[in-house]
Design a protein around this ligand. Structure first.
Ligand SMILES: [Zn+2]
Ligand SMILES: [Zn+2]
Length: 138
């Protein structure tokens, strides 16, 4: 567990970001999370630790730029974040009913990004999520 946090911290340092208590706490919450979390959920999970919602949002955006977290999106459009797990890019299958998320290491986004590049787009990225009902909920 702490290896994940250490890796993330090393990455943030390499990007020139200071490791504040707030950033460390957010990393810990994401490490312990079973599925991707929104900024609001992360903020709630921080409990009494001093970190307001705006700070949580900003930290997560910085983490995303530093590629320490992966950005995802729920069906309702809420942005969610999960730790990059040191293995980088991945996607999730998310249960619409209970919210359980399965990690999938398969990505078919490369072809789409190539298409975008052919259109002359730069700094291309993608967010792709699959939703359904898990075996327990169907
Ligand atoms: Zn479910
Ligand atoms: Zn992908």
């Amino acid at each position: 567990m702490s290896k994940l946090i250490d890796d993330a911290i090393a990455r943030l340092r390499a990007q020139g970001l200071r490791i504040t208590d707030q950033r460390r706490s957010i990393l810990r919450v994401l490490t312990e999370a079973k599925s991707p979390m929104s900024a609001e959920e992360t903020h709630v999970a921080l409990k009494k630790e001093a970190c307001d919602l705006v700070t949580a949002y900003r930290c997560l955006e910085q983490f995303e730029k530093a590629e320490v977290v992966e950005l995802g999106v729920r069906e309702n459009g809420t942005k969610v974040y999960c730790l990059a797990h040191g293995q980088g890019h991945h996607h999730h299958l998310t249960c619409r009913s209970c919210g359980r998320a399965e990690r999938v290491d398969l990505c078919m986004g490369k072809e789409l990004e190539e298409v975008a590049t052919n259109f002359g787009f730069v700094e291309v990225s993608h967010v792709m999520e699959v939703f359904g009902l898990c075996p327990d909920c169907k």
